[in-house]
Design a binder for this molecule. Structure first.
Ligand code: PRT
Ligand code: ZN
Length: 213
């Protein structure tokens, strides 16, 4: 019985275009799924699933998808059963602590007793315990950067790319919690046939990336 590997990519958002482009550069051709949930590849035993990035780790853990492309930040936050196979070099950003510009921030001790707004409570919790800081985490799902301005929190921990969003909201970046980029993740329980397909894909991605550099 020949199997198809199920590859999860973001349905829409910052990872979508480059994830699809990478698969196509690997010679996997399929119809674009902006309105669909899945697409069959014509020339590779694969099915592409279009999902919200946050859901991808869970779909892999639940064996609905076999492999997927997500940001390393989401991979670390979700703590699901899957493994990091390859860093892909796009969607580079960092998860950083930012505080109001006027604050005199010397070290992470400043955060003691403070309230931090974030969409990444697990990662922030680890950062706080690693640095021996007792702070309150306030989880919000979007527009984190406005939290200090409206009195919801003293600091934020959010994704930063150019830094202009922080700047417009009167915040300054004071510490990098982690660096992130798009990564390929895979289920830890692929059968031999799917493992072979993953190896083939990794081989092609490496060839594509080597040709670019
Ligand atoms: O709908 P879905 O849940 O699938 O998407 P999403 O809205 O959760 O994610 P999306 O598409 O915004 O981002 C997907 C992934 O791209 C993230 O998990 C990161 O790994 C990565 N990435 C890279 C970024 C950025 N760059 C980025 N700049 N994710 C978010 N941002 C945000 C940032 O939070 C800030 O508010 O973009 C804003 C602008 O950033 P500045 O610093 O350039 O101003
Ligand atoms: Zn998301």
């Amino acid at each position: 019985m020949s199997q198809k590997i199920r590859i999860a990519v973001q349905k829409s958002g910052r990872l979508q275009e480059q994830s699809v482009k990478l698969l196509k550069e690997c010679g996997i051709s399929f119809g674009n799924g902006s309105s669909k949930l899945k697409a069959e590849a014509d020339n590779f035993p694969a099915e592409i699933l279009f999902l919200r990035d946050d859901d991808i780790p869970e779909y892999i853990e639940d064996n609905v998808a076999d492999i997927g492309i997500i940001g390393e930040n989401v991979f670390l936050e979700k703590q699901k059963e899957s493994e990091l196979v390859l860093r892909l070099g796009f969607a580079k950003c960092r998860l950083s602590i930012a505080v109001p510009k006027s604050e005199e921030y010397q070290s992470s001790n400043w955060l003691n007793g403070k309230k931090i707004a974030t969409s990444y409570p697990v990662i922030v919790e680890n950062y706080l315990s690693k640095n021996n800081i007792a702070a309150e985490i306030h989880e919000i799902s979007g527009s984190v950067e406005i939290a200090p301005g409206i009195g919801l929190a003293d600091a934020v921990c959010d994704i930063v790319s150019t830094g202009s969003t922080l700047l417009t909201n009167g915040l300054k970046e004071v510490d990098t919690v982690m660096k992130s980029e798009a990564i390929l993740i895979a289920s830890k329980s692929l059968n031999p046939e799917k493992s072979a397909l993953l190896n083939e894909l990794v081989f092609r991605v490496n060839a594509v990336n080597a040709a670019k550099s």
